[in-house]
Design a protein around this ligand. Structure first.
Ligand code: KG4
Ligand code: ZN
Length: 349
C-alpha cells in the first residue's frame, strides 16, 4: 500500500487529498480530502478568470495541505509520494500546484508524480468501482473537453472522438448564462430542465449520424441563443430542450464509438458533466442495450477533485513511474498524442 498526497489546481477548484491505496490490487481509501471552490470569486464575471484563479490557488493551497494532512492524522514523513496535476489547464493555476508539489517532494525527499488532469478523470471510475478492469470505453465530458477514449491501461489511451468546437460543459455553461442562471451553469440547467418540456423547442443535433464519432456543440449553443431571443419559449423549456438535444448527441456519438472500439469490459462516463443525472440515465440505457455495465463515479468524483489525482498516483506508484523535479507544467496535454487532427476541427486537445 502507498500513501499519496495529491494536489489539483488546474481550473477553479483548489483541492488536496490523502489516498491510501494499492494500484496492483485496485484497493484504495480516501483518507482525507478538501476542496475550496472559487465560484464566488468568478461569479461576477460569469466564468473563470485565469489570473484570479491562480491567485486564489496561491492563497488557499498551503493551509489546505496542512489541514488535509491534519484531517488524515499524518505528517509529511508518512507520505510515500506527492502527486499533482501538471496540465492540461489554466497554466497559472497548474504551476501553483505543481511547484508546491515539487518543493515538498524535494524538501521531504519523496517521489513526484506529475499527473495529466484528463487521466485523473479517465481513471477516477476505478477508484469508485474496484471491479472496473481495463480496457473500457470512456465518455469524458467536462468544461474543457469532450472525448471518447478507449482506456486500455495506465498511460495507454486511444482517442476515438473529440469535439470539433466546444466542450459539452461549455455548452451547458453558455446556456446557463443566456438564461440568466449564473455560474457555474451545468447544475443550474439540469435543475431548471426538470420543470420544462424537452420537446418544446426545436434544436439541432449537430453531427448526428455522421461516420466518425466526433462531437460538435457550437451550432446547438447558437440555436439556444436564438431560441431565447425569439421570446417564444420559457427558460425551463429551453433548458429541457437543450439538455435533451445534448444527450441525444452524446448517445448517438457513443453508439458509433462502441461500433469502432475493440473488446471492452464496460461503458464508463466521467468528467464534470457526468454529474448530470439525465445523461447518466440515458447512457445506462445504451449500455444495457449493448450488454455492458455502465460505470459512473459518484457526482463528487466527477467534478474536479484531488482524490482522482491521488488515484492516478496510486496506480503510478505501483509501477514505480515517477517524474523528475524539472517536469514541466503543460497548458495542453492530449491523452493520446497519436490521435489524428479532426478535419474541420478547432483546437481542443
Ligand atoms: O470536470 P470539471 O469539474 O472541470 C473541468 O475539468 O472542466 O467540469 C466542469 C463542467 C462545467 O462546465 C459544469 O457546468 C459541468 O461540468 N457540470 C455539469 C453538471 N455538473 C457540472 N453539466 C451538466 N449537468 C451537471 N449536473
Ligand atoms: Zn476536470
Amino acid at each position: 500500500m502507498a500513501i499519496i498526497l495529491s494536489i489539483e489546481s488546474s481550473c477553479d477548484e483548489t483541492a488536496v487529498a490523502v489516498i491510501d491505496g494499492s494500484g496492483a490490487t485496485l484497493k484504495a481509501r480516501v483518507v482525507a480530502q478538501r476542496i475550496a471552490s472559487q465560484d464566488d470569486a468568478h461569479r461576477p464575471y460569469g466564468g473563470v478568470v485565469p489570473e484570479i484563479a491562480a491567485r486564489a490557488h496561491v492563497d488557499a493551497l498551503a493551509p489546505m495541505i496542512a489541514a488535509t494532512l491534519a484531517d488524515a492524522g499524518l505528517g509529511l514523513d508518512a507520505v510515500d509520494a506527492i502527486a499533482a496535476t501538471a496540465g492540461p489547464g489554466l497554466i497559472g493555476g497548474v504551476m501553483v500546484g505543481l511547484v508546491t508539489a515539487k518543493a515538498m517532494a524535494m524538501a521531504a525527499d519523496k517521489p513526484l508524480i506529475a499527473v495529466n488532469h484528463l487521466e485523473g478523470h479517465a481513471l477516477s471510475p476505478r477508484l469508485a468501482d474496484p471491479g472496473l478492469a481495463y480496457p473500457y470505453l470512456l465518455v469524458l465530458a467536462s468544461g474543457g473537453h469532450c472525448q471518447i477514449l478507449e482506456v486500455r491501461g495506465l498511460g495507454d489511451y486511444r482517442r476515438l472522438a473529440t469535439t470539433i468546437d466546444d466542450a459539452l460543459g461549455e455548452a451547458f455553461d453558455k446556456t446557463a448564462k443566456v438564461l440568466g442562471l449564473g455560474y457555474p451553469g451545468g447544475p443550474a440547467v439540469e435543475r431548471l430542465a426538470r420543470d420544462g418540456d424537452s420537446r418544446a423547442v426545436p434544436l439541432p443535433r449537430p453531427l448526428l449520424g455522421s461516420a466518425e464519432p466526433h462531437f460538435s456543440f457550437a451550432g446547438l449553443k447558437s440555436a439556444v441563443v436564438r431560441a431565447h431571443q425569439s421570446g417564444l419559449h420559457t427558460a425551463a423549456d429551453i433548458a429541457a430542450s437543450f439538455q435533451q438535444a445534448a444527450i441525444d448527441c452524446v448517445i448517438d456519438r457513443t453508439r458509433r464509438a462502441l461500433d469502432q472500439a475493440g473488446p471492452i469490459t464496460a461503458l464508463v462516463v466521467a468528467g464534470g458533466v457526468a454529474a448530470n443525472a439525465a445523461l447518466r440515465a440515458a447512457l445506462a440505457m445504451l449500455a444495457d442495450r449493448s450488454g455492458l455495465p455502465l460505470v459512473a463515479p459518484p457526482p463528487a468524483l466527477c467534478t474536479d477533485n484531488a482524490a482522482m489525482i491521488g488515484w492516478v498516483g496510486v496506480e503510478r506508484f505501483a509501477l514505480g513511474r515517477f517524474d523528475p523535479l524539472d517536469v514541466a507544467a503543460r497548458p495542453r496535454w492530449p491523452l493520446d498524442d497519436a490521435a489524428p487532427p479532426v478535419r474541420g476541427g478547432g483546437v481542443k486537445a
